[in-house]
Design a protein around this ligand. Sequence first.
Ligand code: GDP
Length: 462
Amino acid sequence: MTIHRSDTIIALSTPQGIGAIGVIRLSGPEAIQVVDKHFFGANLEKAASHTVHYGKIRNETDDILDECLVTIFRAPRSYTTEDVIEISCHGSPYIIQEVIQLFLRQGIRHAEPGEFTMRSFLNGQLDLVQAEAVADLIESESKASHDVAIRQMRGGFSKTIKGLRDKLIEFASLIELELDFSEEDVEFADRRLLVRLVTETQAVVRGLIRSFELGNVLKKGIPTVIAGRPNAGKSTLLNALLEEERAIVSDIPGTTRDTVEEHLNINGVLFKFIDTAGLRAAEDAIEKIGVSRTMEKIGASTLVIYVVDVTETSPYDVWSDIKVIDIRHPRLIVLLNKMDLAPHTKPETYYYEEVIHAGNTITASAKNRMNIEYLKEKILDSVLADQSTQDASMVTNARHYDALVKAEECLDRVLHGIDTGITGDFVAQDIRHALHYLGEITGEIHTDDLLESIFSRFCIGK
Ligand code: GDP
């Protein structure tokens, strides 16, 4: 993508295919003039900004292509800060293509993916974090990821980063000034203040780095492993949670050989359920791989649901499983399953030290969907208890994360440098590098390649 800024672009902004309406968007200096030439209903060249006009679009041979509504946004009060026209026409792919082709013949061009948003960024309306949040907002599939995207679109942690950057820039300039007076051995930049600022900056950066793990989890779904012995009812439980037949259910122990992953949105929080191979001494090689994968999945999960067949597995067996596979997971829910077959089972017989207790044990029947809604509540509660999910400045983007990690390393070098009495030019250089990485996050520093990689993940028309 070559980054042109001054021409006029056009694209369909609603999804491809048949719809009640389709919205075609144009942005650039010729947007108003080009549409006005073929729009009959109002004089768009004279129309005020933020007004809507009803009329007909006619092609060069005067055929009516459609009756539509045209909205006009004059620069700079538009999404891109340029003149923008939005044409709401009937959502027929034929009409939309005819209208777009008509305007393309006037010499404007098709927009690249994300080009409207990129212009908004290049024209200073959004910073990069906000622009990327637009893409996240469109993709968000749950309330939690939607909340994070909205916060970032409103400025999120950009403000924090910008504030820290401004202060660091001041210090970098002072140190660079010292270099000009190197003969005279002066110190314009108070080293104690610098150390304090760098330490403060580092603390913020580290906090953001830590938030990434959680932010990313919210976006992709909280990994929740369903574990237990073969035939305990893990696949049945997954189906009950998803309310459909997805995982393989069978009477032959060990049929869920590989892991099955499914997403489920519980009250706005996205969970990724991972049904695992049964936990038991594996008898064949394939099963062995399955068991070791289960262990891996448990290690990487946020939540574990351990399913017990109360008709088959005694408390003693459950305890020994816990010892062997070490499921002393911080967030463990023990599901005593098949209670329909043994309704008199007492849950307290399964309690074990601090690991299994009334607070995290549920009796259920996956097959009859008994207590499944209650289980969902428990699942939700166990993660919502974590206040950091409500954190305002959460990093969810791998690009931001990488830049933060690099900035943090540079800040470390600054501190080390001051500590060991390294010369000012090296300290200044490390501060500049840290500034570079922080600037890359918000887009104060950017290259065409960076913009291309970011905006190419947008859809056309956004
Ligand atoms: P997995 O190996 O742990 O995934 O177990 P499955 O979900 O494949 O279930 C094994 C067998 O137990 C199947 O025949 C299920 O129908 C049955 N089953 C699972 N949950 C229950 C339950 O709550 N009650 C009863 N009666 N049978 C169940």
